[in-house]
Unconditional design. Structure first.
Length: 132
């Protein structure tokens, strides 16, 4: 009789432990990723790397230095570009004439900085006033 009571208590304890262990495990949420989403994400990473490589060009560095723009500011802005801004930026680079690559990069960076200054996201140029 004592053995049966002991086994029942042990079974109840084990059941409680099992219940608590099950409750603590969060539910897994598996979702399918489409190929287009994965490709778009990888394309953004490649585009950002390509823009950073353009900053390594000596002419681009000289021109940015002449304009008083720090490379770190440009890199931060590249990292903060949305997918739409990045796509638009790359489309504009692709449409630029072959010889205007460096000038096009610099002009596009300046346009991006001026727009972000106007939106109060950055404060690079003192002559650009915040719209807010």
């Amino acid at each position: 009789m004592l053995k049966k009571t002991l086994l029942r208590h042990l079974a109840a304890i084990l059941a409680a432990v099992q219940l608590f262990a099950f409750v603590q495990i969060p539910a897994a949420n598996a979702a399918m990723l489409g190929t287009a989403e994965v490709v778009a994400e990888q394309r953004q990473k490649v585009d950002r790397v390509d823009l950073r490589r353009m900053l390594d060009d000596q002419e681009v560095q000289k021109r940015l230095a002449a304009l008083g723009v720090e490379r770190s500011d440009v890199e931060k802005r590249i990292d903060s570009l949305t997918a739409e801004e990045l796509a638009q930026f790359n489309d504009q680079l692709a449409e630029a004439p072959a010889g205007a690559g460096v000038a096009g990069v610099i002009v596009l960076f300046l346009v991006i900085f001026i727009v972000t200054d106007m939106l109060c996201a950055t404060d690079i140029f003192s002559f650009v006033k915040c719209l807010n």
